[in-house]
Design a protein around this ligand. Sequence first.
Ligand code: BG6
Length: 510
Amino acid sequence: MSNEKTTNPLREGMRLKRLPQPNTLVIFGATGDLTHRKLLPSLFSLYKQNLLPINFSIIAFARRPKTSSEYQNEFKNALPSSGYSPEDKEKLNSFLQYIHYFQGDFSSPDAFIALSEKLKNIEKENRINANRLYYLATPPSAYNTIVENLGAAGLSANDSGWTRIIIEKPFGHDLSSAQDLNRNVKQVFSEEQIYRIDHYLGKETVQNILVFRFANGIFEPIWNRRYIDHVQISFAESIGVEGRGKFYEEIGILRDIIQNHLLQLLCLVAMEPPSSFDADAVRDEKVKVLRAVQPISADDMDKRVVRAQYAAGSLLGQNYISYLDEEGVSPDSTTETYTAMKLSLNNWRWAGVPFFIRAGKRLPKRVTEIAIHFKDAPLQIFGPQAADVSANVLTLNIQPNEGISLRFDSKVPGPTAHIRPVTMDFRYGTSFGEVPPDAYERLLLDAMIGDSTLFTRADENEMAWKIMTPILEHWQNLGKTSIPQYKIGTWGPEEADVLLSDIHNKWRQL
Ligand code: BG6
């Protein structure tokens, strides 16, 4: 039987290896959810693909006392039983040898002195340079303390290797806190050392937006206000706050999803072609998009932004409680689990083209997509039979059915000129025969290699907060007013439909 993986020509070049230099990764917040669900599984996956460097080590830094083997076993037991072959299980045992548990308190300078010793010992034992990557996978409230203590212990740079720091989102909770955090981190690390993570940028489908737009010549001429009517960027999840009610109260979906993931998608769709695929060239163009976003004035706020909370309802035959009844949520909370907004960009390419953005939890299913709605044909020559003609829509399916599809009108076979929309589809799974890897794999590898293209720069992060902060302040000024509700399992509140009524359009059915 032929091996499909080696015969599919589209797969050629998929495994070009980019190997990082030997290094040591220190994960702060090693007992947390992110480390167990994303970081360690991604590192294990890189290990299986021989993409980790030789003499690699992981220092799992956390507060609770435990031994390395206890920690390794916890990780091993938490891995799903399916999806791993017997060969993987053998590899797992050797991967686990990389992990050293390190007990320490983020706020204790002594713990960082001890960490420094630990790093030196590992580096000596492995005979490697002091290449160090720190990953802050802790609650954001710990970021400043950890950074300060790393600096005080002399861990922010050294003469015999590189030092980098990855900082998880949320990076700040509004413009001034993001500026403060940037200022504090930059007192210890230089911008080149800082990798602000937005895992959406590590998704294959998100990276493909740039390839689709700038490796192909046919889209660029129509990618502007002359041909595009509007753009819809949608994020839907069927899950709720998953027991993180207390955390969500401080966040809300605007900070959790829109300020970062969806504004990044907006940047990639709307940016000008960068002069090269170089970290700063790409990020310069993204920042320009954010600068072009027209601020939403207080008077316009109600016409352009809608927020809501999920109300009790059922999804796939299961009943769920409302947001207000979730544990840790205040009964008069105004934290939003759904937000939709209309943004405009003040530049030549996009003047007059609205960008509609929505994100919601406890919606009918998990889907993220960008839909580019083109303008109608200038003249309809097919008469009444063309009643079903609809505008062309190009959809970039970020997940879960990763791919791209184009809707266009077609003649229905038969003796009349009856017209109906059809779609032309590209799917990653069928074309490349492979499920895209987890975003964290790519991002961890890039940080070890020193490629910051898929990480956000300080100015980019602050610009994104500059757009969102007036909305957050407006909501704060409204105080404890009740906010619209949408029933679980529906596509959000009716109020959100009004945003598109100006252009006589609707939200896409996902
Ligand atoms: C995270 C948010 O950044 O993204 C979560 O904090 C959300 O609330 C998650 O569930 C969604 O990520 P993905 O990759 O599943 O779309």
